[in-house]
Design a binder for this molecule. Structure first.
Ligand SMILES: C[S@@+](CC[C@H](N)C(=O)[O-])C[C@H]1O[C@@H](n2cnc3c(N)ncnc32)[C@H](O)[C@@H]1O
Length: 381
């Protein structure tokens, strides 16, 4: 079979997560301790001059290498970063691990742990590990960061003006506040994967603008109830950010925002947090992580979740890497009420009836986050 076919077969291979969970006595995998350990390992790996391998226990209690110092130095203009990699629940099952083509992440784990005693189908169930990557950052490739910033500034300000003068701007705030009004107070908006400027461009700027609008709307709302209320915190996590995004998005926000490295955004989630994660790759199993982190007491989980593809899995027995929702995520979502819906979105965007069954068009034509906000919003019951 060609590698492509193997890859597709592996990616879409259905596994029984109910049985997997049972064999583990339903113990959560992505605990806060594990994430904290990953953050500590990341700090260690980022230290220049740290030359030892980092080990951690896999799900079977075996010590595994989760990071190796790379011998390759960054090329001219490149910077070394340490990224966190997560295995999804399906990827951690012995069935998928032993299937042959193991996916890029699992291959990296195999490389880290290769040795004479590692068999081909060894179950390397390591939920979190690290990878060193080298990439060019705008400030390093550009002769002058100021020039690059000055190119983006007028474009961003234009988009901000057009957003603030759009008919959606007021409706969006009212709708959002009407849902926040029924909820536990939101003290933080924690965002994942809103995108960097170079790849995300206009979509990324618009998504960030909407988050800043949400924060301002919440500030006004809470201050109308108590003038001493604290400002809502905005926390942004995306491994694609560089100095360019830090400067541009801080200016656009007009308020203090916090940029964090993975997994610090996840560790910052608490019951007063609204989580926003539109179109994250499913290889980053954020919903599975959140469900596990709060498994012992789901009431302590985030006040709301805005994501995509969180549809019900009722009646399904098997799950694939491409699934955001697993049985544990479904259980978590049961303590949330789904707010808004596609009909509201269509009305809101005044779409002609002929375009109503073309959701993709909504994304192209309008605000992709608006689509998420309306179609996939969950607030705690
Ligand atoms: C498909 S893009 C989505 C961009 C935008 N939110 C949208 O809706 O079009 C996925 C984004 O997720 C980011 N991402 C990947 N892994 C991540 C992680 N561990 N934490 C936060 N963001 C991550 C990528 O850098 C990228 O910007």
């Amino acid at each position: 079979m060609s590698e492509h076919k193997d890859r597709v077969r592996w990616f879409w291979h259905p596994v029984d997560l109910y049985t997997f969970d049972k064999t583990r006595n339903s113990h959560p995998i992505f605990t806060r301790e594990l994430l904290q350990q990953a953050a500590n390992s990341r700090n260690l790996a980022q230290q220049t001059g740290y030359k030892s391998c980092i080990l951690a226990k896999d799900l079977n209690g075996i010590d595994r290498v989760i990071w190796k110092p790379t011998l390759k130095s960054p090329a001219e203009g490149e910077v070394a970063h340490v990224n966190i990699q997560y295995l999804t629940y399906p990827e951690m099952t012995p069935e998928l691990m032993g299937m042959g083509w193991n996916g890029v992440k699992c291959q990296l784990l195999r490389d880290y742990n290769s040795g004479s005693d590692l068999s081909n189908d060894e179950h390397l169930a390591v939920p979190i590990f690290l990878q060193t990557v080298h990439w060019k950052e705008v400030e390093d490739t550009s002769p002058n960061l100021i020039a690059v910033l000055n190119e983006w500034r007028p474009y961003c300000q234009d988009l901000k003006r057009s957003w603030q003068s759009s008919k959606m701007f007021d409706k969006f705030q009212k709708l959002f506040i009407s849902h926040a009004n029924d909820s536990v107070p939101i003290e933080k908006i924690v965002c994942f994967g809103l995108g960097d400027l170079v790849i995300g461009g206009k979509e990324s700027i618009r998504q960030h603008l909407m988050i800043f609008t949400m924060a301002e709307a919440l500030d006004s709302f809470y201050m109308s109830q108590d003038p001493r209320a604290d400002l809502v915190q905005v926390i942004l996590q995306d491994p694609g950010y560089s100095t360019l995004e830090h400067v541009i998005f801080s200016e656009l926000a007009g308020r203090a925002i916090t940029f964090v490295d993975d997994p610090d955004g996840i560790l910052g989630i608490d019951r007063n947090s609204l989580v926003v994660a539109p179109h994250l790759p499913t290889s980053m199993p954020l919903m599975q992580i959140i469900a596990d982190m709060f498994w012992e007491d789901l009431d302590k989980g985030p006040v709301g979740i805005i994501s995509d593809n969180l549809g019900s899995i009722a009646g399904r027995k098997t799950f694939m890497i491409a699934d955001r929702v697993t049985p544990r995520v479904e259980t978590m979502l049961q303590s949330y009420r789904e707010v808004w819906d596609r009909e509201t979105l269509e009305e809101w965007m005044d779409l002609p009836a002929t375009e109503r069954d073309q959701p993709k068009r909504l994304r192209d034509a309008e605000w992709s986050l608006a689509e998420n906000l309306v179609a996939w919003d969950y607030f705690r019951r």
